[in-house]
Write a protein that binds this ligand. Structure first.
Ligand code: FAD
Length: 638
């Protein structure tokens, strides 16, 4: 974390100096905003948290509830989400309070006595070491709290506007073309409507989204819902795996997904209530907690559950559904205009809770749209960037729904219906990368290049998220994870993997450094005058030598920018390899060097040779326009 470069900071350095719209942020929702986000669930809060890093952009997030979410809803946090939390600065703290899944147990009817269950298998949760980040369980409310804290500490000092409900919107002309009708849900103005005009609207208002309806999108998919009785409980039990994630199947087809919860005692059970047809008319929702507990006891027989306290329970009813588009551009309008209204999260995709994906995928929707809006509104990028959101995320949601259909069908099978007895656990292990969140691979587009030079860095597939590896920071000799040095600050990252020559020698990396620092074709040339040289692009170099073999004084200036009002030389962008875990070997990086371009949401956008400066310039040319905002609104506090 970089601080003190504007002068001494004696308080918590996570509280960034207020800037731009954060300096006099109005308490009440203004009549005109750049971005209006509807809903403070995982999708909306991540969009807001990302935009909170853009002090030149007025973003407000409205929520119909009167305050924070207290309890309930989702709790499964995949490793990709923890990686995202790292970028937002709270991974360590949430890991400390969460439950960590390391193994999963499978329970089935005892062949000798099918009325009772026995443990049939245990599998490692991450057998292939997909990520250095853990798979966690922690309540959705805590995740939202951490993002809320990040927003409040950001330069924009953003906080949600609670007690305001979205009713409708209309897209017209002008600087603020989207007119939104909201209504107060509490307080002296309860029921009163008010209008807000916005440049862009993000609908993150959940499965029954009104924003979705207002742009004419419909959800297509299952006719029927699947229902689970969900309970977060404290209980006394003799079931031995109560602190392990378990899939439990009983002889009559009843099944439970058991999720141990944070804090050592609480656990969640999803008790399968089966398919619910359209003629059910909500009757399943009247299933009582007593009925859910009785069914759970029948499934875990011969073990018993004596429930002492019910923290939360619900009948969670959901089907596999997806919208055909995630923005307001109709198919016939594609290519003729750019979007003004976006939908994210459950507003555009719903699926079962069994793969634990709802909150996770929704957060990645928010991470995807957040930086794009920031770049367009700050004047860095053209509006065409916004069309990539629907194109990228619709495919991800479709893949998720296809995966979840297979997984939830397998979990609903009766034991005698399996072709082989280990089919369920084999599928779980074989497909582990998908639920961990790492299978997303964006296709070539404005922001993802064709993988023409993939052979130069085989471990950084173009379109997939940048997978971290160990390095040594030269200036202070610290062993670090390279990927963890990237924060959610909205910047592009250019990782320059050096050729074998030492720092200071005439070499391809030295030529590249000269070009990126000084050429008018370099993407850095678009950085607004007056802003720090690394305000838009974070350029880091990784030498093939370990830290003792890199002479920091000889490293080109391109990798040691001068920052802040005192023009201090920033030395923390220069790395050497860790001889015990060489990043060049781990990630298949060519010893002749390579350039890896990474998007602000951590996806690899391009891999290039050190000599391909023209190709790098060509990649960024359609994405960059000189900043139109004053330099003080740029991210110069980084
Ligand atoms: P949400 O988290 O639903 O957030 C939408 C937000 O928008 C809410 O805060 C809502 O109050 C607000 N909102 C809605 N309409 C308006 C409006 N008109 N104006 C202003 N604000 C509005 N997933 C699981 O994996 N396991 C579970 O057990 C589980 N249980 C759930 C129980 C419930 C009651 C719900 C609603 C969801 C549950 N989910 C569960 C789903 C999971 O929480 C979602 O997949 C995830 O939260 C999606 O995030 P989101 O931000 O898209 O939507």
């Amino acid at each position: 974390m970089q601080f003190h470069h504007h002068g001494y900071v004696s308080g918590d350095p996570r509280i960034q100096p207020a800037a731009g719209v954060g300096i006099d942020r109005p308490t009440d929702l203004p009549d005109e905003v750049d971005v209006l986000i509807v809903g403070t669930g995982p999708a909306g809060i991540v969009t807001a948290a990302q935009l909170s890093q853009f002090p030149g952009v007025t973003t407000r997030i409205v929520e119909r509830r009167g305050g924070r979410l207290a309890i309930g809803q989702a709790d499964g946090i995949q490793a990709r989400s923890v990686e995202t939390f790292q970028a937002f600065g709270f991974a360590e703290r949430i890991i400390a309070e969460a439950y960590r899944i390391t193994e999963m147990a499978f329970w089935k009817p005892d062949p000798a006595n099918p009325a009772t269950i026995v443990r049939s298998a245990r599998t490692l949760d991450d057998p292939g070491g997909i990520s250095e980040f853990p798979h966690l369980i922690v309540n959705q409310a805590r995740v939202l709290d951490y993002f809320g804290e990040f927003m409040a500490n950001s330069p924009t000092r953003m906080t949600p506007d609670y007690g305001l409900e979205f009713r409708s919107l209309a897209v017209g002309e002008g600087d603020y073309p989207v007119t939104v009708t909201l209504a107060h849900t509490a307080g002296p103005d309860e029921g009163q409507e008010r209008l807000v005009r916005a440049k862009y609207v993000v609908g993150a208002d959940g499965a029954r989204s009104k924003v979705r309806a207002s742009i004419g999108c419909t959800m297509a998919g299952d006719q029927a819902n699947h229902a689970w009785g969900v309970m977060d409980v404290l209980a006394s039990t003799d079931f031995p795996d109560i602190r392990l994630k378990c899939a439990i199947q009983s002889h009559d087809g009843g099944s439970i997904l058991l999720i141990p919860r944070e804090g050592g005692h609480l656990f969640r059970m999803y008790v399968d209530l089966g398919e619910v047809g359209p003629d059910d008319k909500g009757a399943v929702r009247s299933t009582s907690i007593e009925q859910i507990i009785a069914k759970a006891n029948a499934i875990v027989h011969p073990y018993t559950l004596d429930v002492r306290n019910v923290a939360w329970h619900s009948v969670y009813e959901v089907g596999h559904r997806l919208t055909d588009r995630f923005d307001d551009v109709l198919p016939a309008e594609l290519g003729t205009r750019t979007p003004r209204v976006f939908i994210t999260g459950d507003a555009c995709h719903t699926h079962s809770a069994k793969a634990g994906q709802g909150m996770n995928v929704s957060m990645q929707d928010g991470f995807n749209i957040g930086w794009k809006l920031g770049h367009v509104l700050e004047g860095r990028s053209p509006e065409s960037l916004l069309s990539t959101y629907s194109a990228e995320r619709q495919v991800v949601a479709k893949n998720l729904i296809d995966f979840d259909k297979v997984w939830s069908t397998l979990m609903a099978k009766k034991p005698e219906e399996f072709e082989n007895p280990s089919e369920l656990e084999d599928f779980y292990v074989r497909t582990a990368e998908f639920p961990a969140g790492f299978m997303t691979e964006y296709s070539p587009s404005l922001i993802v290049a064709e993988a023409a030079h993939q052979n130069l860095a085989t471990g950084f597939p173009v379109g997939k998220r940048f997978k971290s590896a160990p390095v040594q920071r030269v200036c202070d000799t610290n062993p670090l994870q390279l990927g963890h040095q990237a924060t959610a600050d909205g910047r592009w990252r250019i990782y320059v993997f050096a050729d074998a020559a030492p720092a200071g020698a005439q070499s391809p990396v030295a030529d590249f450094a000269e070009w990126i620092a000084n050429s008018p074709d370099s993407p850095l040339a678009a950085t607004p005058s007056g802003a720090d040289r690394d305000a838009w692009f974070d350029v880091k170099v990784i030498y093939q030598q370990d830290h003792t073999g890199v002479d920091i004084g000889a490293v080109p200036a391109a990798f040691k920018p001068e920052v802040g009002p005192f023009k201090l030389t920033y030395l923390e962008k220069v790395y050497g390899t860790d001889p015990k875990a060489d990043i060049f070997d781990l990630r298949g990086i060519d010893r002749g060097g390579a350039v890896v371009v990474v998007r602000p949401d951590q996806y690899v956008a391009n891999v290039l040779p050190l000599t391909a400066t023209a190709e790098l310039a060509e990649f960024f040319a359609p994405l960059l326009q000189s900043g139109t905002r004053a330099p003080e609104f740029q991210n110069s506090a980084k």
